[in-house]
Design a protein around this ligand. Structure first.
Ligand SMILES: [Zn+2]
Length: 315
């Protein structure tokens, strides 16, 4: 029987858990759906990630408002993917912060990415008509962006670690609490999406820089919060292993289809049951195949190209 396209048949509601990671530091995880977070400043809030629609974002904000009523000054976007950014209008933030390259990617391929992700993951797009349009960052940076949280709360540091899940991922780092929000650069017991990735850089220097912060709590893009140094190390190691296996298996293949079959066979025993594994793999291998054959930047995914790759590899 043919596999249903991407996550189009995954319509069951996921249970969301709001966790207080430290005084004024919140994470909302959702059994493998995209994670979000928030950090309290002395008299303002920083929100991390915006979810797929304003209606989905408002549900998160309703839960957050049980803990704090501070106004949202900053909305931080880890990268350009639609399911992370299109809920932005619900936050009413003064400033929307992202990496320079994220802004450029939204301009270049934001519309196509929106259509692609909507077809791949319809469940995440709660009331899609509530999206007013593309989300435009109002402050961008290339290396570091530091937010003074005020009082004795220390800083929130937004940092670029190199190309990885996309060209423009950032991590958000709380040095005092040693907590990191890593976006999709690290997944914890969830499959990786690498359809817009730079596998070689991500698996080496970029993850090395993420690890160098020495986080003791890490919120990845999907999956459970990684706790303790051992938990953080394990999440980073899982992410690296997933990429390393992909590189090894696709690198030994002589056709795209063989690359898919080899990669699937090698990853499936360990990662096959993790969220979005089957959904992601055709898109992942398609991009990796390009990368290994000299295509520098990821090709733009469109709803049509998604279906073609799915038909070719996963049916
Ligand atoms: Zn992403």
């Amino acid at each position: 029987m043919a596999k249903p396209f991407a996550s189009s048949a995954d319509l069951g509601e996921k249970r969301q858990s709001l966790e207080v990671l430290a005084d004024g530091v919140y994470a909302l995880t959702a059994e493998g759906d995209p994670n979000v977070g928030a950090v309290e400043g002395e008299d303002f809030l920083v929100c991390f990630e915006a979810l797929a629609t304003p209606v989905a974002a408002r549900e998160w904000l309703t839960r957050l408002r049980e803990h704090t009523d501070k106004p949202i000054r900053y909305l931080v976007l880890s990268h350009y993917h639609a399911v992370r950014v299109l809920g932005a209008s619900a936050f009413g933030a003064d400033v929307i912060v992202a990496h320079d390259k994220t802004r450029a990617l939204i301009a270049e391929r934001g519309e196509q990415d929106w259509a692609s992700e909507y077809a791949r993951m319809p469940r995440l797009f709660k009331q899609p008509e509530s999206i007013p349009g593309l989300t435009w960052p109002t402050a961008t940076f290339s290396d570091r962006f530091t937010i003074d949280l005020g009082g004795d709360r220390g800083d929130l540091v937004l940092a670029y670690c190199g190309r990885g899940h996309t060209e423009g991922d950032l991590v958000a780092w709380l040095p005092r609490q040693r907590i990191m929000f890593a976006g999709d650069l690290v997944e914890s017991q969830a499959a990786l999406y690498t359809g817009d990735a730079f596998h070689r850089e991500w698996s080496a220097g970029t993850l090395d820089r993420v690890a160098s912060f020495g986080a003791e709590t890490l919120v990845g893009g999907r999956g459970a919060v990684a706790r303790g140094k051992a938990g953080v190390d394990a999440a980073i190691a899982q992410t690296r292993d997933f990429l390393t296996v992909m590189l090894r298996e696709a690198g030994a293949a002589s056709t795209l289809k063989e690359a898919f079959d080899r990669t699937h066979r090698a990853l499936e025993p360990e990662y096959g049951a993790w969220p979005i594994f089957e959904h992601c793999l055709p898109f992942n291998v398609s991009r990796l195949w390009d990368e290994l054959h000299g295509v520098e930047r990821p090709r733009i995914w469109t709803a049509e190209r998604d279906r073609e790759v799915w038909e070719e590899l996963q049916s």
